[in-house]
Design a protein around this ligand. Sequence first.
Ligand code: DOR
Ligand code: ZN
Length: 345
Amino acid sequence: MTNKLTIPLPNDMHIHFREGILLDFAVNATAKNFHHAIAMPNLKDPITSYSKAINYYDQIQKISRFKHFEPLVTLYLTMTLMEEDIRLSAQDNRIIGAKLYPAGVTTNSEKGVSDLQACYKILELMEKYQLPLLIHGEVANKEIDIFDREKLFIDELIKITSMFPALKVIFEHISTKDAVQFIEASSINVAATITPQHMILNRNDLLSGGLKPHHYCLPVLKREEHRIAVANAAVSGNAKFFLGTDSAPHPRSQKESSCGCAGIFSAIGALEIYLQYFEAENAIDNFENFAVHNSCAFYGLKPSDKKITFEKSDYIIPAAFTIENHELIPLMADQTISWKILNEL
Ligand code: DOR
Ligand code: ZN
C-alpha cells in the first residue's frame, strides 16, 4: 500500500481570491500548497481590462507569502472588450485567458455577456491572438430549471467550438454527465475543470435532511448519476480534465441567510479531499496528471520544480476560519480525511 505520495506542486485552474479583507487569507490559503492558480475576475468591480488585470495580479503577488507561488489572472469578458486588451493580455504570461459569464448566471456576473452571438467578434479576436476562453457554462435564463442550465448551455458550446476551432475553451466546474460527454467528444482544444464538491457530493447532500447552505454552489449539485460521471472523468486519466477547485469564500453570515450566496470554500482541504477520492477509486496513479500535468500541457505551462508530499494519516479539516469579523466554513468542515500534507513549505 502507498503511504506517501510526492508530486510537483499542483495547479488550481479556477479559484476566487476576492478583494478587500478576504484577499490576504484567500491568496495565502492557496499559495501555500500550489504552484499556479487562476484567479477569477468576478470582483465587485470586475476585471474588464488589461490594466485592471495587471493591477489585480500585482495585488495578489504582493500579498502572497510564498515564493514558489505563481498566480495567473483572467479578464472578465464584456461585450465591449477591446482588441488592444485582448492582444496585450495574450502576449502577457501573467494573464491566462478571458472568462465568459452569461449575464446574471452567478455571483457578480451582471456585467457579463447577455447575447452570446453578439460577442462572436470578440471570440474571433481571442482565437486570432490565442487567448483562451474560460466559460461558466450555464444558460442564464431564469425560466430554465436550475438543474438543466448546464446541459442546455452545451448547444452554445457546440457552436462556439465549431466556429472557432483553434480557440482554447475551458468548460469550468462541470457538473453533469452531459458535460463530460461533450468534453470527451471535443477536440484537444477543449478541456474542463472539476471541483472537489462536484466529485463527492450530489443534490441530496444539499437538500435532503435539511438545507445545507455550505453545499450550495453554482453549477448546483446534481443527481448521483452526474456526480459519478464527473468523478469518473476526474480519475480516468483523460488529459482533458484537470483540477480547479472553484474555491469561493463567502462569509458564513452570507451563506446562512434567507438568500444564501453560491460558493464553497475549499482552498484548505481540497487537495486532501481529491486525493482521498482518487485512492478510493484505485486511481492514485492518475492524481499527479490531474493535479499538475494535464493543466500544464493544456495551457502550455511548466510544472513546478518544487514538490509536495502527502502522507497516509488522518487530517481533520478545520471547522471554521476567522478573518477579522468574518467566519469561513470550509468544504468537509471538521471531517477527517485519510491523507495529510507532510512538508510545510
Ligand atoms: O458557487 C459559485 N461561486 N459559483 C460561481 O460560479 C461563482 C462563485 C463565486 O464567485 O462565489
Ligand atoms: Zn468560479
